[in-house]
Design a protein around this ligand. Sequence first.
Ligand code: ADP
Ligand code: ZN
Length: 725
Amino acid sequence: MIDKAREILRQTFGYEEFRPLQADIIQNVLQKRDSLVIMPTGGGKSICYQIPSMIFDGLTVVISPLISLMKDQVEQLEEFGVPALYLNSSLTPEQYQQNIAKLRRGEAKLLYLAPETLMMDSTRRLLTEFTVDCFTIDEAHCISEWGHDFRPDYRQLAEVRKDFPNAVCLALTATATPRVRDDIQQILEMKDSARFVASFDRKNLLLKVVDKDNPLDQILDFLYTRPDQSGIIYCFSRRQVDELYADLKANDRSVRPYHAGLSEMARSRNQEAFIRDDVDIIVATIAFGMGINKPDVRFVIHHDMPQNIESYYQQIGRAGRDGIQADCLLLYSYSDKQKIQYFINQKEGQEKEVAKKHLYSIIDFMEYDGCRRIPLMEYFGEEYEKENCGMCDYCLKQMGDKQDFTEQAQKFLSCIARTDQRYGAYHIADVLRGSKAKKVLESGHDQLSTYGIGMEWSKNQWIQLSRMLVRKGHLKKDPEHGSLLLTDEAKAVLKGNEQVRGILDRTQTTSPEEAMPRTDNEVENKYDEHLFEELRKLRKEMADEQEIPPYVIFPDTTLMEMSYYYPQDEDSLMGIYGVGSMKLKKYGDDFLDIIKKYCEENNVEERSKVLRKKVKKTQSKQKYELVGEEYNEGKSIEHLAEQFGVKEVTILSNLKKFIDDGHKIDPSGLLAASSLSERKIDEVNEAMEKVGPEILKPVYEELNKSVDYNELRILQLAHIARNRD
Ligand code: ADP
Ligand code: ZN
C-alpha cells in the first residue's frame, strides 16, 4: 500500500520522495492505527492524511479551527486534482447546500469541517450516510487546556469520534510540550496509538539577532538586499505597527499594516494582498499569521523582542515553509526587555512565575554566545549536536573572527568603578573620550584618571562594547536607573584574570557572509533569475484570473526548478518538483511556451534532471540500470556523467554492474570514449586475452604499465561486452 501512496505522491502532487516520517505515518494510518503526529510548521503534515484519503474507499473528515485556511486548502487540493470540500460558517446558505449535494453525489474524498459545524446535529446526521475511514484532527493541541490555544469545542471531539467506530484517528499538531501530547492522546482515547515526533530544527531558516540601534535604518538596510521578497515584520504594539508602517511607506516600500485595531475588512484586505503577492511586506502584531499558509515568506523580522521562545519559534516558523532559505532577524534592545518585564510585573502569582520563565527562555536565546540552534532546540527538548549549523549569525561569523577587547573592557569597567556605578554607557563613553559635556564637567569626572584614556574609539564603539559586556554578563543594568553595575566577572577582567573576546558591532542587519550560497542545493543557487521572473509574472496573471493565490498554482520551488532545468516538453515538465498530472494538464502548455521561447531567444538548452519520478514508470530501477539503459540508447559516457552529476569512472562502474547483471551493452560507445590508438587498443585486448580481463592489475603489468587504469577500465568493459555477444 505504501507503494500506492508513493505513486500518488509523485503522480498527483509531483513530489519525488517522502519527507522524514511521512511514509511511516501514512503506513500507520492506512493500517487503521491511531496516530499522533508532532511536526513543526512546514514539516508536511497535510500529506499524511491527504494521501490516505485517496486510498481509502470511504470519506476522510478533517477538523480544523482555522476557518480562513479551509478555503485555501481546498483550493490547493483542487489544483492537484484531489476532490475536496468544506463546510463552515463562512459559506452562504446556498454554497453550504451545494457542498452537501456534492458530498452526496460522491464528489469528495476529503471533507474539511470546523469543530462547531461538526458538533451540529444536522452534520452528525449527514455523516451517518457515509463510511468515514479517517477522522483527522488538525491543530490537535486545541484540545488541551495546557496548550496555547485551548478551545472547549475541541473537547467534544472525543465524543463525536464515537460516531465513526471504523475510522482511524489522526491527530496533528506543531506544539511540542509533552504535557499537551499526553493530553491529546488521553482525551481522544487513541488506541494502539503511535506517536511520531519530527525534529523541530528548521534547517532552512537563517537565525540572526542584532542589537537594535536605529531600527528603521537597520530594517531598510535589510530590505534593500531583498527586493520583491515577501516578508513579515512583527512589532510589540499596535502603535509601533502604525509607526513603522508609515515609515516604510514613506521609504517607498510595498507594505501594509495588520493589527487588531484595524477593521475586520481592512485586516482581511491587507492579508489577502499579501497572500496574492500584491504587496511584499506586512507589518503586524502577533495577531497576524495563524490563518496564513503562504509557503514563500522569505523573511520574518522581529522589530521588538518576542514575549517568549515558543511564540518566537511559531512566528519565524511562518518563513520558508517551501524549504527554501528564509531569514529570521531579531532586533534586540535592553529597553524591550524592560518593557516586557514591566508587563510581567503587572501579573500575579503563578501566572507571573510562568511569564518570567518564558521571558528568561527568550533572553537566554538572544544572549547566547554560541550557535543559536543550541538554546532553541534545547527548549523543545532536542539536543543540537552539529558543531556549526552554518545558518545562524554565530556560526556564520566563525569563532576566529572574534577580536580581543580585554584592554578596552578594562578601561570601560574601571571608569564605571571610579564613577561609583552610578552612570549609564553614554556618560562613561563621554568620560573615556575626554568630553567637555556639561554633565562630565559638573560631576568633576574630568579629574578622574580614566578621563580621556579612550580617545582611540568613537563614542559608538564604546556603546557597542558596553552592550557586549552586558551580553556577556560582565555588567548588569540597574533596572530602575539604567546605570551600569559591575558583576564578579567584571572584577576578574579588571584583575587581568579573564579575557574579553567578541564581535563589537552587532548592529549590522546584512553581512557579506550571508550573500554567499549556504545551502548545497544547486537549483536554489544557480537558477536563471530572468526566466524565473517571467514565470512569476505568468503565474501571477493566471492566479489573478482565477482569483487564487499564486502559490496555489505553483510554489516558488517549482518555478526555480523550471528556471534551472529548462524543461522542453511535457515529459520533462512532469519531472519538475510540484508538477503533478492535473497541473500538467492545466498549466503545462502555458509554462512550456514561455520556457521554450526564452531558451530560443537566449540560446540555452535543457538540463536533464535525474528523475526519480521516472524511475517509477520502470518499476523502481536502480541507478546503474538507468545508466545502462541510457547508455544503450546511445548516450556517451561523458554525457551520462554530466547528466547524473558523477565522475566518468562511476558511470563505468555502473555499466560494469549492469553487465554483471546479465545485460548486454554496445561496446562501440566505450571504444569511442577511449583516447588510445587502434594499435594500442589491440595490444590491450591481447593482454586481456592472455591474463584474463576481470582483474586489471595483471593486465597493467603485462603492458609494462604503459596504459593507465582509466583507459583499462574502459577497454575492460568493451572487452567483456564484446564477448557477451
Ligand atoms: P504543515 O501542515 O506541517 O505546516 P504542509 O503540509 O503545509 O506543512 O507542508 C508544507 C509544504 O511542503 C507544502 O507546500 C507541501 O506541499 C510540501 N510538502 C509536503 N510533503 C512534501 C514532500 N514529501 N516533498 C516535497 N514537498 C512536500
Ligand atoms: Zn549555528
